[in-house]
Ligand binder design. Structure first.
Ligand SMILES: Cc1ncc(COP(=O)(O)O)c(C=O)c1O
Length: 457
């Protein structure tokens, strides 16, 4: 690779503009409608985001008719790819019967039972409208059950966008509140460095008012910053010893890392777990699952005073709505058959290998790493001589892995990949589905090589 040059940087953006005039036109309108022109921060892209018209399997098509291999996968919701025939059929069938009964229905029960069958900690299940709602509810349940105020979070771990988790993800690690959040709220969350059991032990030994510890079980951003081997077991032991609940945020790992999520994969059972994405089959929805005695703080009793003083109330218009339940159930049943996850994992492992080949061919110091059906780009901001093993052994720091990438690098990478026919997440990385193919892998590896050569970092 060569030295930085705005001319070549511009070449990527110029080619992007030449390829995607339809997206440019829509974005010109969007900035007059949406703050920043987008409807989710992740979709923000300079010079402007790609506008997509349709999707099927592992591919999607933009408004100018170009085809892309998709690694956003509905923000991780689509382990079976876009418009999977069996999921679409289940949804069509349900649409014809009605979308919302305002009543209990058998599909929600079947989905709940399916979760109980697959997820070790699922003594009881409650449905929500999203992953953000799931972590909000799990934290509230933990506080109500233990009668304690504080939660422990790990720096960099993402749990959605409600106030209690809207800091210490990419900034505000010292607990100062980000704009719009009250100091009283951030003050109730203790931020711990991830992967350091001694620090967790120390926090819980010196604070007797902690209700729960919440974490992403494969590490921040689906393993962008991996946790050291054995950390989950240690966190389980430490929390149990201090009478603190352990919450696994399985919004992205749930039904992807194994049919029973990260908890089944690692053999560590939390007290509560949060779900969304795959559990909702590509539709809006989420769930909290957990120990029966803990989840029972939501159960109505005949004792009115207990209900008023102790019970966690929970509403939500679209909880377990029939369309989401139909899609989620069809999805989980397919995953439970056993072939889906190994297939996605196999393709993802091959993709990581081929992208690392592309890095070597381009003479770059980047690395591609990841586990399960995900991949992450290590952009190596300091140009260090490191290997993928160094990432897993902690030689590469958390700061280097998450948040250390200049935004201009992300924009170039995403636009450059789009030029070659692949769409990746800005974290930066992506997720692979069970319907991605070897052809997809080769397209993506070629796109990545061309992108690295054009980026001139
Ligand atoms: C681990 C994790 N928790 C929570 C969330 C928030 O989920 P949602 O976007 O459905 O609110 C996400 C979303 O990406 C996530 O990855």
């Amino acid at each position: 690779m060569h030295s930085t040059s705005s001319a070549t940087t511009n070449r990527i953006f110029e080619q992007y503009a030449a390829k995607t005039p339809g997206s440019a036109e829509l974005y010109r309108r969007a900035v007059n409608v949406f703050p920043g022109g987008v409807t989710h921060d992740t979709r923000y892209l300079q010079p402007y985001p790609l506008y997509v018209e349709r999707a099927a399997g592992s591919r999607k098509w933009d408004v100018d008719g170009h085809e892309y291999v998709d690694y956003i996968g509905g923000h991780g919701a689509l382990l079976l790819g876009h418009a999977h025939p069996q999921i679409s059929e289940a949804v069509r069938e349900q649409l014809a019967k009605g979308t919302h009964f305002g009543a209990s229905h058998e599909l929600e029960l079947q989905l709940g039972e399916q979760i109980q069958k697959m997820v070790p900690c699922a003594g009881r299940v409650r449905f929500t409208g999203s992953g953000t709602e799931s972590t909000l509810l799990a934290i509230r349940i933990a506080r109500a059950f233990t009668g304690k105020r504080k939660i422990v979070r790990f720096a960099g771990h993402f749990h959605g966008w409600h106030d209690q988790v809207a800091f210490a993800v990419t900034s505000h690690f010292d607990g100062t509140p980000p704009p719009g959040v009250l100091p009283g709220v951030t003050g109730e969350a203790l931020v711990c460095p991830p992967g350091e059991p001694a620090k967790l032990e120390q926090l819980l030994s010196t604070n007797d008012d902690v209700a729960a510890v919440i974490l992403e079980p494969t590490g921040a951003t689906f393993g962008l910053v991996p946790l050291p081997a054995g950390f989950l077991e240690q966190a389980r032991k430490i929390t149990a010893r201090h009478g603190v609940l352990l919450i696994f945020d399985e919004v992205i790992t749930g039904f992807r890392v194994s049919p029973g999520g990260a908890q089944r994969h690692f053999g560590v059972t939390p007290d509560l777990a949060t779900f969304a994405k795959i559990v909702a089959g590509g539709f809006p929805g989420g769930a909290v699952a957990g120990r029966k005695d803990v989840m029972d703080v939501m159960t109505m009793r005949d004792d009115r005073q207990w209900n008023l003083d102790n019970r966690v109330p929970h509403q939500g218009t679209f909880n377990a709505n029939p369309v989401t339940a139909a899609a989620g159930l069809a999805t989980l049943r397919l995953i439970d058959q056993g072939d889906v996850i190994p297939q996605a994992d196999r393709i993802a492992a091959h993709l990581r290998e081929r992208m690392n080949d592309a890095i070597r061919q381009a003479g770059s110091s980047w690395l591609v790493y990841g586990e399960s059906s995900g991949f992450h780009f290590f952009t190596n901001p300091q140009g260090r001589s490191v290997t993928v093993d160094d990432i897993y052994s902690g030689v590469v720091t958390r700061e280097e892995l998450k948040g250390g990438v200049a935004p201009s690098v992300i924009h170039q990478l995403r636009c450059g990949m789009i030029l070659g026919g692949a769409d990746v997440f800005p974290w930066p990385g992506g997720v692979v589905s069970a319907v991605h193919s070897e052809e997809d892998v080769e397209i993506t590896a070629a796109a990545f090589k061309a992108c690295l050569e054009a980026m001139e970092l």
